[in-house]
Write a protein that binds this ligand. Sequence first.
Ligand SMILES: NC(=O)c1ccc[n+]([C@@H]2O[C@H](COP(=O)([O-])OP(=O)(O)OC[C@H]3O[C@@H](n4cnc5c(N)ncnc54)[C@H](O)[C@@H]3O)[C@@H](O)[C@H]2O)c1
Length: 415
Amino acid sequence: MDKKNIERREFLKRAAVSAGVGLTLPTGHVLGANDRVRLGIIGPGARGQELMKQALALPNVAFTAAADVYTRRRDEAKAMIPTAKIYADHRKLLDSKDVDAVILATPLHCHARHFMDTVAAGKDLYCEKTMTYSVEEAEVCRAAASRSKQVITIGLQHQSGGALADAKKWIKDGALGKVTHVEAWMSRNTPRGKGQWVRPIPADCNAANVNWKAFLNGRKDRPFDPNRFINWRLFWDYSGGNVTENMVHQIAWIMRALDLPVPTAAFMSGGVFLEKDGREVPDTIAVTLDFPNDLVVTWQSTFSNSHFGSGVRLLGSHGTIERLAGATDMVTGRSRTGIRYFPEKINRPDGAAQTGESKDQNHMADFVDAVRTHRTPNAPVEIGYRSAIAAHLANLSYLRRQRVTLASVLEAARH
Ligand SMILES: NC(=O)c1ccc[n+]([C@@H]2O[C@H](COP(=O)([O-])OP(=O)(O)OC[C@H]3O[C@@H](n4cnc5c(N)ncnc54)[C@H](O)[C@@H]3O)[C@@H](O)[C@H]2O)c1
């Protein structure tokens, strides 16, 4: 076994222990329906600061703490929430009695550690997607969550979208018939020479201002590398590429709409074809996911063309549900968004086309309300787990250059 695997196995062992400890701890301050919710954030970076703004816009919410390994991010957090305590180590934040719930927006390879530590500390949790970095971590985190009393949501905000409510209603009414294929895609473009996701490195991003070891979180030891720290999305040690950045949102939506379990197998091809800028994760991707009960889901993604935006089509014998985000209408040239239903007249002669009208819910408000009322939020751990498994199987297939089955991956994880 290589060093990386040994370190990962060590994490899983430690994680299992800390989850057990969590069971014996009090779950902390129990909130009432009108109580102020006191939040702490781990990783107030780009996404973390967006989430802070969303939470600060809600009534009766306060940030009491933030933790980050980078001085710049700590300073930015302090400027946004001047009365909060600012920590360099997330464990100090978790020790604080002034934090009821934690928002977690660190890079993917840190999610499981921060998830497990938060559960063990008895705090509620908003964990950014993808829930975990690997199948093994997904198993451990789900098990810990199911043994805890905490409210946990995953940052899969489309789970709070009106389009999901529309799709579920149409499907419940039998409008789709038998669905054997779902197609989904996601596409973006950038000026040639500037790769997708590449961020400039701030002048103060150096070894003195970043706790590099804490960032590495057990990944391969190497000298401080500001590019890896800022552009962690491009490297396998910290990221799952576009499958964990974006497919996860769409696959979670499809899974929830059709009430799907985890996939049984995955195949993924593609490569770094566009900007050969040192990135490791592919910019061009085609994924096939097999599900029980005769269903194949395909997902494709490119960073070299944005014409069709992103979308999902649920293809049924009795009708189609199409959800578009930014696809360009070929006739008018206008960008189309929203969710629509089209009947298949050969099997549903009386069916009528429909346009979805349900309003989006605010995903952050849903979490805060769930914390106050101790109810299940819109994106519970189970959908975080299932969508994470789909993403991890796809990446394993890409890295092994072969089709992988969930059964074989779980079998290997147990040994
Ligand atoms: N739901 C969405 O639509 C959405 C959108 C964007 C990003 N995200 C997710 O948000 C997460 C963060 O993405 P980002 O673009 O904000 O990245 P980022 O690099 O801008 O922010 C990550 C922050 O975590 C800090 N950090 C790194 N290691 C840490 C550690 N061990 N302890 C404490 N802090 C640490 C970094 O200093 C940085 O401030 C990712 O999981 C990403 O997938 C979700």
